[in-house]
Design a protein around this ligand. Sequence first.
Ligand code: C2E
Ligand code: CA
Ligand code: CA
Ligand code: CA
Length: 279
Amino acid sequence: AKYTGADRAREHTSALDATAQHHAELAAGLRRGLERGEFKLLYQPIVELPSGSVAAVEALIRWQPNDQPVISPAEFIPVAEHSGLIIDLGAWIIDTACADAAAWQLRYGTAGPLVSINVSARQLLDPDLPGMVADALSRHGLTPDRITIEITETAVFAGGAAMETVRELRELGVGVALDDFGTGHSSLTLLRTCPVTTLKVDKSFIDDLNGTAEQEAIASSLSTIAATLGLRAVAEGVETQDQADRLHALGYRYAQGFHFSRPIPAPDIDALLNAPVLT
Ligand code: C2E
Ligand code: CA
Ligand code: CA
Ligand code: CA
């Protein structure tokens, strides 16, 4: 039999159906997982250079459906976004991260780690986000400046309302970080209008810091821009001591990456704080 265009169209449709069905199953699993408490937050240290002492931590979510392997956020966050579950999941993330931040504030005062919380595009478009953050702060008795909300450029450009949400977050007194900085299309334009407090310089600018003039010039310019605008710069994805040394020489005060620590459970952060420094 001849293989026709109609056959191909049918195969294409069933492949799409399979993807759609996989997403629908994943979305249902996510909702059940939220009810059953299958999510947890890990925290990755953001250290001060050159000492390596923990200045802040970034909350990174993990999903472990009962006794199955851990599923990465890169796989399920887009599904949660698409299905709308990100709003409820996001509320859980904000609440849990604020609870941990409040415990650290009680234990260590202002020496405790600041806590960064990722929010996705759909959350940033939700007009209830600032209210949700304010509620979590007051529920846990947490000072607003102990947390930073990490947003992406794409999210800010997704709609006019996102910028207003950023302003409201700043009015609450929480920090706002621009994540993956430099990977979007108009990072510099955004800096004139979006009142962020931190730039997280994307790993792609940090990876090849092997002494080539171009890479060093870019990494150094990004830290200069941050300093000039009165913003913190955090170098992301630092994997070697050599990178850490070069970043420090280029003016970076904060860095994050597997070289210092992978994302770890909250009690392990306490162990790091009680032991002096990361190298
Ligand atoms: P991101 O916000 O850019 O987070 C940094 C990612 O890079 C994390 O992956 C982290 O484990 C990884 N990373 C850190 N240091 C290194 C390094 O030295 N080398 C390499 N190769 N990777 C490093 P993770 O935890 O798998 O998260 C992936 C993405 O999922 C995050 O990217 C973020 O966009 C999203 N995500 C994670 N947690 C949350 C959350 O609670 N809410 C939302 N909305 N998104 C989240
Ligand atoms: Ca982030
Ligand atoms: Ca990032
Ligand atoms: Ca990212």
